[in-house]
Ligand binder design. Structure first.
Ligand SMILES: *[C@@H]1O[C@H](CO)[C@@H](O)[C@H](O)[C@H]1NC(C)=O
Ligand SMILES: *[C@@H]1O[C@H](CO)[C@@H](O)[C@H](O)[C@H]1NC(C)=O
Ligand SMILES: *[C@@H]1O[C@H](CO)[C@@H](O)[C@H](O)[C@H]1NC(C)=O
Length: 253
């Protein structure tokens, strides 16, 4: 009886917090989707070598500071129903400033010169991924942050401009794990050829070491040490890993 009462109380509380007035403070932290493998910060994008680092599993991550900065990291695999053996994959990094409007709309405005995309379509590109700049303003109609009483962690639901929900995000770090909140690649015409050749000279081993070094340069605090969600369906994606670091072509843009 007692536990039933508690359950009822908890569900009332969590429903109430869903409808609490959305405010920018609630966004503070690093949020990651269910696979809990994709995080913003130096483990995803290395601004010195302008490298995107492929996570073990697909997912998305957003970080927000208390002073109006955001960072985004996504690793998405899109299946092709006609050719199931030909999924497309993309890695995207963006950062910049965000604004919460009075009507609850959240607008993320990236620093145009800093965004990067690594895109792979193995059936059409002979296994050679393309690396380009990326600049896409994102508008979310609304969001809701609340304690997910089932998983016992904070959850963030972002609703796209048409009202459809994004996959749920869970709080992973607070303070957030982010790259410096400033323009990282100030030149409008950064030479992608230079980037390409400097990358080719580096071995995978160097890249992994750099990745590990970068991971220690952060004051982020992990809030969710357990891999709560790793399950059979996410493991399927592990075998779908497809953006090989060895085969990348750099497009001037
Ligand atoms: C914003 O939301 C947080 C968490 O729900 C709350 O503690 C804080 O008082 C709110 N701030 C404002 C200005 O409403
Ligand atoms: C909220 O306001 C912004 C600008 O003030 C506008 O662009 C947006 O369309 C509005 N959102 C909704 C859902 O009305
Ligand atoms: C970046 O995107 C915004 C809108 O999404 C556009 O207004 C702006 O011109 C773009 N900047 C560059 C350099 O492409």
């Amino acid at each position: 009886m007692v536990s039933k009462k508690w359950t009822a109380l908890l569900s009332v509380l969590s429903v109430r917090s869903v409808y609490a007035e959305a405010n920018a403070t609630q966004l503070y932290g690093t949020w990651s989707s269910k696979s809990n493998q994709v995080f913003t910060g130096p483990g995803f994008y290395d601004p010195v070598d302008e490298l995107l680092i492929e996570p073990a599993l697909p997912g998305i991550s957003y970080s927000f500071t208390e002073d109006g900065w955001f960072e985004e990291a996504t690793y998405q695999i899109t299946s092709n129903p006609q050719k199931p053996e030909c999924p497309e994959a993309s890695l995207i990094f963006q950062h910049g400033t965000f604004e919460l409007m009075d009507n609850g709309t959240l607008i993320l405005t990236p620093i145009t010169v800093d965004g990067r995309q690594l895109y792979s379509s193995p059936c059409d590109d002979d296994g050679v991924s393309t690396y380009t700049r990326y600049n896409q303003t994102e508008t979310f109609k609304s969001f809701a942050m609340y304690l997910d009483s089932y998983h016992g962690i904070y959850r963030l639901d972002l609703y796209q401009f048409d009202g459809s929900p994004m996959q749920p995000l869970y709080l992973a770090y607070q303070p957030p794990m982010m790259l410096p909140t400033e323009t990282l690649n100030p030149t409008e015409t950064s030479s992608s050829e230079t980037t390409g050749s400097s990358l080719k000279k580096r071995s995978l081993r160097d890249l992994v070491i750099r990745n590990l070094e970068n991971k220690h340069k952060t004051n982020a605090v992990k809030t969710n040490p357990h891999k709560l969600f790793l399950s059979a369906d996410t493991l399927w994606y592990a075998s779908a890993t497809m953006l090989g670091i060895g085969s990348i072509v750099f497009l001037a843009c």
